[in-house]
Design a protein. Sequence first.
Length: 383
Amino acid sequence: MKKQVNTLGFLSVMSMFLISMGVTVTTPAMATIAAQFPDNNYALVSTLPTLFVVPASLICGAIVGKKVKYRTCAILGSAVFLIGGVLPAFTTSWTIVLVGRAVLGLGLGILSPLGNALVLGLYDGQKQAKYLGYGTLLMNAGGIVYQMLGGALAEISWQAVFYGHLFGLVGLIMAFFIPEPDAPQIDAAQQSGPKEKMSAAVWIIGILFCVFNVLNYPVMMNLSLLYADKNAGGATAAATSLSMYTIFGCISGFLFGYIFKAIKRFVLSLGYFLCAIGAFLVYWGSSATLMTAGLCCIGFGFSVLMPAALGLLGMHTPPSTIAIGTSVVMALMNLGGFICTYWLQLIESVMGNVLYNSILVEVIILAALGVVFLVYNPYPKQQ
């Protein structure tokens, strides 16, 4: 039986999801930042934080709930996030900008496993599934808030964009009210025997998320190029589609508990098939309407996959390893964005026309994974 969590505790847990998309503040302002630093690789402003998320999330997952309290990690992560996020607003040095982005990545890495690990540690059953869905909803909602802030502040100056990270103050304040999950019960046999080991299922889930990011990142990164190539609109139309992706992710997160209750073991297949259909519409569609419909399907499908897979993690790995397991999954997911660069190079060398063939490969692989989970039931029989 899990401990009772009051409303303030629940809201503090949800706030960890809300600020987890802080790296997206700069997304709508990349052109403004690129104009300020024409001789530098401006893409590092977006990609550098993801590299630092990986080690920070693994370290946090290994110690949180064991050597360090969840509340302590939440406060530290939020403070580091704020310092790194706002730092570039006070400089014109490219080096200091990159230092700030690296520090931001460390803060995000500390925060990234906390929300899901707390839900898995504090709740069970249908409530756990529902709250994992709510977490995904808030993650998408946070992305919308950050992108709106970034776009509005970019109209003032490139430095003002980084003030958008001050939204993270919500997380810092709420971190002081994080409830601590009960320590896993260990009987005498477990105490005298070997320590609990993290299930291999954690690595499989993490690799699946890594693969998803490798496959889907080209769609998100090259969407404005696709719109231009198909005469479907410019950057504004592409930005609208990306907003719809996020909105449908929010809707999916809200409905996930009901979806899981209705179809149970087939929830992973649903997520993969929706993403495959969405990618196909982006590949095949010649109008902004069809391509936006595709982005909506991908957004909805991913926000089905995320809580479903993390719920599986809680079923397959011992309670004492949930925090590190969540960190492994989040680290591998972030690593997928970095690997994507080399994946695109491989597609171009083998198939040519990377803009379209990368999406075609995504459709095939995601549809195949949907079929796999139609046949294979990953849920433990007793649950």
